[in-house]
Ligand binder design. Structure first.
Ligand SMILES: Nc1nc2c(c(=O)[nH]1)N[C@H]1C(S)=C(S)[C@@H](COP(=O)(O)OP(=O)(O)OC[C@H]3O[C@@H](n4cnc5c(=O)[nH]c(N)nc54)[C@H](O)[C@@H]3O)O[C@H]1N2
Ligand SMILES: Nc1nc2c(c(=O)[nH]1)N[C@H]1C(S)=C(S)[C@@H](COP(=O)(O)OP(=O)(O)OC[C@H]3O[C@@H](n4cnc5c(=O)[nH]c(N)nc54)[C@H](O)[C@@H]3O)O[C@H]1N2
Ligand code: SF4
Ligand SMILES: [Mo]
Length: 719
């Protein structure tokens, strides 16, 4: 330990709970939740609480690895050899195929400095348009809808604690009781004051179990549900007409659009009863303060952007955004730095400060900070899945530099992504463990992890935080800033890529100045002094902006935009071969592709393999008992999981966590046309018992009524 205690933040999700690392009298390291950090106030979930298990872990990568040739095993090599090999492949590929032959793929776990530097590395050191990141798989639909409606994308436009001030909260496709447990204190505080909470989820989750009302729609039908709620609000005279007239545009078209979403029809499509629709619309409209919160359940669809817009339309019609503390619409961002990652240039179409790469003024500003000519900056590139899908094709990239993501587990139709990795000339993976993606690499570079490095992250509220170094990294390990400096130096532009995080952050602040996500006033020193700072913050005397939208929206006319959205029936159809719906998501125990949490002894003990949640009625139909192996098959692939029977799930739906390889062999790579978000949350699936069926008993014959509720052949056809 470099000091008796160090205050920093959790390595995992966007809540970025405050953590204190200390050394006990007998020399042991100890991790505790920080009482003084206003988001978690000492609370931690089991992932954060066990994060120390990954420091000094026996499987930690401490030396670069390389394969002498394709088909050979990875073996330890020196840094110089590894870096030279990468630069040689970059140079060869670019000489033969042009600058875009080398691609970068980042992750929302990277600090702001690393996200900024990787975006700059792609554009300046490589001159390549081919860069994107895993945030595309996370909240890109909400980001696109938020930007379209409000002119800005900040996950929560208010501090998380405002949740406790809302008299009514509608939580849509969000399960914070499992995905952000310490956040539940704010929900509980609201309920203690008499608030009403309504959850929309095909499963009765731990979150839904705490709510007053649970709407349980067919996966993929949220857009119709939101339009139906707005229909009821209009029909019953609940619209805040004055707000609509003075603070918004476009309501007339939306009013016309939702006329056809009458409650009976919405009940038929979504499975949500008319009485629940009416009660929900009236609860939201009748409250003094109310919030609509969306997360991945409603966003990760091939019509995710329009679906989020439908929820925003509802919130706008009721006059919620900008009404005051305790009201509004927000999206619950997921990754540790999912918010910052999407602001500083990891995205194919973005420059730092949430600027657009296609905007000449933005190019000129950022090129000025970078000391290059604006024309030298490439055009916007392909989105994450499209980029992965093009690897090694005649026109696609031949070399991929991958940092902080494990797409052979986490990308949709993952077997296809593994195939594309195999077609590359060189795959370089930077990680601190040998993830499934790193196992496929030609060169693996070991990097520092959270408690070993300095930096900043931006949490789900747009609050900028300091990550601090508490322990020394193992010898042999380098930070990404050092790795990219060394690569750039070999490519002839090392001077553009400093290695000190504070220096990179200061440059990021200058690059973001005047942009939507303006960090210019959030200096490293202010953060170190413990100031609570939310962007935008244009100068060092500015107090930052915890709450947005008070007087106006950051659109050209200051008004929020309604946009009429219709159900385009994009969800994959069920049919006789694939009669059920598969949805995927998270368990409380594991994080993302599992590289980190599957290596934590505590978490691995708590949950050690993939399971599939099935309703007991469906299980009975398939003759499957608790713990039996079931085979799930979709139009893309097949995987086996252990059945977990629960009446908390719809009988027509199966849920798989994606923390183990397998779930994404099944998912659909259909993309949202605007956000390019894949449809992780709904596809058609067949389910069968793996072992031979047991001898029939009288009880195993399925009654007509059960099979009628269980099978939803071609449910789309019913609309
Ligand atoms: N334990 C844990 N916590 C995490 C993470 C983790 O991996 N593990 N990851 C972090 C990250 S990156 C993210 S993005 C967040 C995600 O946080 P959440 O969005 O809360 O998590 P998910 O489980 O992906 O999805 C939420 C819910 O959506 C429901 N759902 C599925 N299909 C539909 C649908 O069509 N409509 C509706 N309304 N709901 C649907 C699922 O049943 C699920 O309960 O969690 C963060 N926190
Ligand atoms: N089926 C299905 N698939 C999904 C989802 C779903 O709900 N269902 N959710 C999607 C969502 S919301 C997300 S966010 C993605 C996440 O999926 P991934 O992008 O795969 O995210 P992680 O598993 O967090 O992978 C991060 C990897 O980087 C490493 N790492 C962590 N920090 C750093 C760092 O600072 N530097 C470097 N070099 N490496 C680091 C970790 O060890 C790990 O191997 O998955 C998506 N995939
Ligand atoms: S809720 Fe998120 S930030 Fe907090 S301890 Fe758990 S994983 Fe870490
Ligand atoms: Mo995410």
């Amino acid at each position: 330990m470099t000091s008796a205690h160090t205050d920093t933040h959790c390595p995992y999700c966007s809540l970025q709970c405050g953590i204190r690392l200390s050394t006990t009298a007998d020399g042991r390291s100890e991790l505790t939740g920080r009482e003084d950090f206003p988001v978690n106030r000492g609370g931690l979930c089991m992932k954060g609480a066990s994060a120390l298990e990954l420091i000094g872990h026996p499987e930690r990568l401490t030396t670069p690895l390389a394969r002498p040739h394709r088909g050979a095993e990875l073996r330890p090599v020196g840094w110089a050899e590894a870096l030279d090999r990468i630069v040689e492949a970059i140079t060869d590929a670019q000489r033969a195929h042009g600058p875009d032959a080398v691609a970068c793929f980042g992750g929302g776990g990277l600090t702001n400095e690393k996200a900024y530097q990787l975006g700059k590395f792609a554009r300046v050191a490589l001159g390549s348009a081919a860069i994107d990141y895993n945030g595309r798989f996370c909240m890109s639909s909400a980001a696109a809808a938020g930007t379209r409606a409000f002119g800005i994308d900040r996950g929560l436009p208010f501090p998380l604690a405002d949740v406790a001030e809302a008299e009514v909260v509608l939580l849509v496709g969000s399960n914070p009781a499992d995905t952000m447990p310490p956040a539940m204190r704010w929900f509980e505080a609201g309920r203690d004051r008499g608030a009403t909470h309504i959850v929309v989820d095909p499963r009765r989750t731990a979150t839904a179990a705490t709510a007053h009302r649970h709407l349980q729609p067919v996966p993929g039908t949220d857009l119709t549900l939101a339009n139906g709620l707005l229909h009821v609000a209009i029909r019953d005279g609940l619209v805040d007409e004055e707000y609509v007239a003075t603070r918004t545009t476009g309501f007339a078209a939306v009013r016309r659009q939702v006329r056809r979403d009458w409650p009976d029809r919405v009940e038929r499509v979504t499975g949500v009863a008319v009485a629940d629709l009416v009660a929900t619309a009236h609860a939201l409209a009748g409250a003094r303060t109310a919030m609509v919160l969306t997360a991945r359940g409603t966003e990760q669809h091939a019509d995710g952007t329009d679906t989020v817009q439908a929820w925003i339309n509802l919130a706008l019609a009721l006059g919620l955004p900008g009404r005051g503390t305790g009201s509004g619409w927000a999206t619950v961002t997921g990754q540790g730095n999912g918010q910052g990652g999407r602001e500083h240039g990891l995205k194919a179409d973005q420059l730092p400060g949430y600027r657009k790469l296609a905007d000449p003024a933005a190019r000129a500003h950022v090129a000025g900070v970078w000391g290059v000519h604006p024309d030298a900056l490439p055009a916007p590139g392909a989105s994450a899945y499209e980029l992965l899908d093009s690897l090694g094709t005649p026109t696609g990239p031949k070399v991929l530099l991958l940092a902080a993501s494990n797409p052979v587990v986490s990308a949709p139709d993952a077997r296809r992504v593994a195939e594309r990795f195999g077609a590359l000339d060189l795959l370089v993976v930077t990680d601190f463990f040998l993830s499934e993606s790193a196992r496929m690499a030609d060169v693996v570079l070991p990097t520092t992890q959270w408690a070993e490095e300095e930096g900043t992250l931006t949490n789900l509220e747009g609050r900028v935080l300091r990550r601090r170094r508490a322990v020394d990294p193992p010898p042999g390990v380098r930070s990404e800033l050092e790795i990219w400096h060394e690569l750039a130096r070999r490519l002839g532009c090392g001077q553009h890529f400093p290695t000190d995080p504070a220096q990179v952050y200061a440059e990021l602040c200058r690059a973001s100045a005047g942009g939507v996500a303006d960090y210019a006033g959030i200096t490293w020193d202010r953060l170190d002094a413990g100031e609570e700072l939310f962007w935008p913050c244009p100068d060092p005397t500015h107090p930052g902006t915890p709450r947005l939208f008070g007087d106006r929206f950051p659109t050209p006319d200051g008004r929020a935009r309604f946009i009429a959205v219709a159900d385009r029936r994009v969800t994959e159809r069920t049919d006789r071969r694939y009669p059920y719906l598969l949805t995927t998501g998270r368990s409380r125990t594991h994080y993302q592709s599992g590289t980190q949490t599957r290596r934590s002894p505590t978490l691995a003990r708590a949950e050690d393999r993939m399971y599939a949640e099935l309703h007991p009625e469906l299980a009975r139909l398939l003759d499957v008992a608790e713990g039996d192996a079931v085979r799930l098959t979709t139009r893309r692939g097949s995987t086996v999981a252990l059945a977990r029977l629960t009446d908390a799930i719809r009988p027509d739906t199966v849920f798989l966590p994606f923390h183990w390889p397998g779930a994404n062999d099944l998912t659909s790579p259909r993309l949202d046309p605007t956000s390019r978000m894949p449809e992780f949350k709904a596809c058609a699936v067949a389910v069968a018992a793996v072992r031979p069926p047991r001898a029939p008993t009288p009880n195993s014959t399925v009654s007509v009524s059960v099979s009628a509720t269980v099978t939803v052949p071609e449910h789309e056809e019913q609309r």
